[in-house]
Design a binder for this molecule. Structure first.
Ligand SMILES: [Zn+2]
Length: 269
């Protein structure tokens, strides 16, 4: 099988993960900027992280035959400090022309606070000014529905944003339709314990169809599985999905969305 991993935090994974993903048929991995598990103390921490995402990690991935792309932002988990967020947003444009940079992400909300929303809108403005794709993180558990609504309304109120150039990630049964109805793409995050399990993700696909939907592992430094996408593909096969339908969700769909950025190129077959 061939697949694209559209959301993985590879800086916190070991080389064995790269080797296993390549063996499983991964053609490209995309890494949104996120929280390190602790708050960075200054804008310099973000500068170094953006260098890691744009220069060092693609080199590490290439040793395992994998194309590596990234997204840049200050993650909502660190967006409570608006002054720091302003400083970080100011340094992002100097990285946007990097050959592996796909857009602004993963931005969004975590606790749905006023400051987080303000920083979200600052990022949307940055993306609009620089004509960038947007990848959005939605909050977990009981905050998800409210946070998703706040995000969708903020996106709609910025008339420069084209809905089909935005993917809203970590959707679940109660948010996927809202997202698709607004014309955005939707991402399902496959986690071994929390968020969407493979079975739930396939239920969602069977209920809502596979148009503008993709799946990702969002593997990071916590409990997560970098092979969640190919494992879910095997589960789809077991449940009777045809090979062409599986290929669409794990390869064609992410290629179509990400291909809106001309820098997203896959290795020739
Ligand atoms: Zn993430």
């Amino acid at each position: 099988m061939k697949y694209i991993e559209p959301h993985a935090h590879m800086v916190s994974r070991v080389t064995d993960d790269y080797a296993k993903m390549t063996l499983a048929g991964c053609q490209a991995v995309c890494e949104p900027a996120f929280w390190a598990g602790f708050d960075r103390s200054s804008v310099n921490g973000f500068f170094d992280y953006f260098c890691q995402l744009t220069a060092h990690e693609p080199k590490r991935a290439s040793r395992f035959g994998l194309a590596h792309f990234c997204w840049l932002c200050i993650n909502p988990k660190e967006a409570e400090d608006v002054n720091l967020a302003e400083e970080v947003i100011d340094i992002i444009p100097q990285f946007l022309d990097g050959p592996n940079v796909l857009g602004i992400g993963e931005i969004g909300l975590n606790k749905n606070s006023r400051n987080e929303l303000k920083v979200f809108e600052m990022h949307v403005d940055l993306a609009a000014r620089h004509n960038q794709l947007i990848l959005v993180h939605t909050p977990h558990l009981e905050d998800k529905l409210k946070g998703t609504r706040l995000i969708l309304d903020a996106l709609r109120s910025d008339k420069r944003i084209k809905p089909e150039r935005v993917i809203i990630d970590h959707v679940e049964e109660h948010t996927v339709k809202l997202v698709l109805d607004r014309g955005h793409w939707a991402g399902m995050t496959l986690y071994p314990e929390t968020k969407c399990t493979p079975a739930r993700a396939i239920d969602i696909l069977e209920t809502y169809g596979d148009e503008r939907l993709w799946m990702n592992s969002a593997c990071d430094w916590g409990v997560s599985d970098p092979l969640a996408v190919p494992k879910t593909a095997l589960e789809m096969k077991r449940r009777g999905h045809l090979a062409a339908a599986i290929h669409r969700v794990i390869y064609e769909n992410p290629r179509t969305f990400l291909g809106q950025c001309p820098k997203f190129k896959l290795p020739k077959a």
